[in-house]
Ligand binder design. Structure first.
Ligand code: GLC
Length: 566
């Protein structure tokens, strides 16, 4: 406990200021980063074939950089039959021809770096496409070394080693292969055979892939489906998995100064916690647990679920970091919540069956989920940018892009970027079908929601987003500091603080009614308090009492540095 009513939670404590390793490591780039996720094929087309490409993306780098982004996460751009948005890889060492070539990729990295942005790429090693030459050879030739790159059985095991990742889209996790006359393991779609990570040759391939992209200048990898890799009943398999990630970390530590491993891993706290182990496992993890609790808080219009979610997070050391997000290219997955909590979210945020997917998620973007309520959207992003960790947004979030539920499965949230009120929203000049239809009718049409119009409007969501990102970047304590949840007398409100050299207090009202909340720590700090941003102009807090409008948020910084007060 630190201070009245505050619960100290993070692994790195204020006492850590005196700790040498803390001093050395306090400037870890990934703890200061603001991440932007994008898919090259839906971002900007430069050669007018209806498909986004690297040259198009390069032409938009100034836009991304001036938004305040410091790290781009590129979704898979490798050669692919594209039956799972590129997560079905046919060749790990190349760029899909539709998007450009390796030369374009190298230019892209250089141009991004010159604008102060790092690039993280997807590393899809749970599975390949069934069109990958390794798999083709493995099916054909039982004596080939590639046979053992995958997992085969003559009969389907009675006890399964995992469940299908896409429950309502897959029959099971074993598929019969006519050519091999055996079943192969696939925990995702049947066209994605799982790689056998226990095979040392596969490990060697993973090293080669990592080396290749590190040499081309990437700053790290999003390790796709890491929680699926670990999904096994046998301790032996689990140990093999941890051995693999420790081996990957060691590889990164020896081949790069500052590249990171970011795991896509969801699950209960003890499962996700096992991905962190100081400098031996992942640097970063998607914060699925907190994400789900933030949506529960938004759905119930109460702050308390966020505190609950934060308390559930496993402990970690200073060099490990959560990646916080609201939405990304997949479904909003709420499977780790209790049934009653899931019901509350589904009831308000996915009232139609068609908005749900896989029995566990919602296939909508944030603005439609929040009924396009601007105050509520600002509240949600203010939370994202202040919750301890590194924030990430998906392309188009900054202009409030909507979704297209007529698109199959998760493609609803993967529509082309809306640049202007022009042909194809400025995404492409192609007259035929685009890679995916752009949203062209209704309130989220590119005619109403686009970058160009919002750039010209000082009150646009885009300009608000740019300002909040600027704020976020000015307060490194949000990414690197020690955080505390502040217990208050008001369940509708969530209040917390982050401290490093300075302390930032942040208060959010999740409800649709104005609220008052008492924060005794603020009273002590009142003479030194600066309100650095808020949703509207407020009177300064008095005697620790903070007023908030409906969905209001307020950020306060204590003027004095901790070093000066202690
Ligand atoms: C990850 C990706 C998802 C993909 C799956 C299978 O979860 O985020 O889009 O379908 O892996 O590769």
């Amino acid at each position: 406990m630190r201070g009245t009513g505050q619960q100290h939670l993070s692994g790195s404590t204020i006492a850590g200021h005196q700790n040498d390793s803390y001093m050395e490591e306090k400037d870890l780039w990934y703890k200061r980063a603001v991440v932007y996720a994008l898919d090259v094929e839906t971002f900007q087309d430069s050669d007018n074939d209806g498909i986004g490409d690297f040259q198009g993306l390069i032409s938009r780098l100034d836009y991304i950089a001036t938004l305040g982004i410091t790290c781009i996460w590129l979704l898979p751009f490798y050669p692919t039959p594209n039956r799972d948005n590129g997560y079905d890889v046919m060749d790990y060492y190349n760029v899909d021809k539709r998007l450009g070539d390796l030369g374009d990729f190298a230019i892209f990295i250089k141009e991004a770096n010159e604008r102060g942005m790092k690039v993280i790429v997807d590393l899809v090693i749970n599975h390949t496409s069934d069109q990958h030459p390794w798999f083709q050879e493995a099916r054909r030739n039982p004596n080939s070394k590639y046979r053992n790159y995958y997992t085969w059985v003559k009969e389907e095991p009675e006890e399964d080693i995992g469940k299908p990742a896409f429950a309502d889209k897959q029959d099971g996790i074993w598929n019969w292969d006519e050519e091999a006359q055996m079943f192969y393991l696939h925990r995702f779609y049947e066209h994605q055979p799982d790689l056998n990570i226990a095979n040392p040759d596969v490990r060697e391939e993973i090293h080669r892939i990592m080396r290749f992209w590190l040499m081309l200048g990437v700053a790290g990898f999003r390790v796709d489906a890491a929680h699926i890799l670990i999904q096994s009943d046998t301790e032996k398999d689990k140990l093999e998995f941890y051995d693999l990630i420790e081996d990957m970390r060691e590889f990164i530590n020896t081949h790069s100064q500052d590249a990171v491993l970011l795991a896509e891993a969801s699950g209960p706290p003890h499962v996700v916690g096992s991905f962190f182990k100081g400098k031996q496992r992942m640097h970063m993890m998607f914060n699925f647990l907190l994400n789900q609790h933030v949506f529960l808080a938004l759905a119930r219009k109460e702050g308390s679920p966020i505190a609950k979610g934060m308390r559930m997070l496993p402990d970690k050391d200073y060099t490990s970091q959560w990646l916080n997000f609201l939405r990304h290219h997949d479904e909003l997955n709420i499977e780790d919540l209790e049934k009653s909590e899931q019901d509350d979210i589904f009831k308000v945020f996915a009232p139609d069956e068609d908005m749900k997917i896989f029995g566990r998620g919602i296939r909508r973007r944030l603005p439609p989920i929040l009924s396009d309520n601007r105050a509520r959207m600002e509240l949600a992003y203010s939370l994202l940018f202040t919750l301890p960790g590194t924030p990430m947004i998906q392309y188009g979030a900054e202009i409030g892009m909507g979704d297209d539920l007529t698109q199959p499965e998760r493609n609803s949230v993967r529509t082309p970027m809306q640049w202007a009120n022009a042909l194809n929203g400025g995404f492409s000049d192609y007259e035929g079908d685009l890679i995916r239809p752009i949203i062209s009718s209704g309130k989220y049409s590119y005619k109403k929601v686009n970058v160009t119009d919002q750039l010209c409007d000082p009150d646009s969501f885009l300009n608000w987003m740019e300002r909040i990102i600027r704020m976020r970047r000015q307060f490194p304590e949000l990414g690197s500091g020690d955080f505390s949840i502040i217990e208050t007398d008001n369940r509708k409100v969530f209040a917390h603080s982050c401290s490093q050299k300075f302390t930032l207090y942040v208060v959010h009202n999740l409800s649709s009614q104005p609220q008052k909340v008492l924060i005794p720590e603020l009273q002590a700090a009142e003479p030194n308090l600066i309100e650095v941003t808020s949703n509207q102009t407020y009177k300064a807090p008095k005697n620790g009492e903070v007023a908030l409008s409906a969905y209001g948020y307020r950020w306060f910084r204590v003027r004095k540095s901790l070093a000066k007060t202690t």
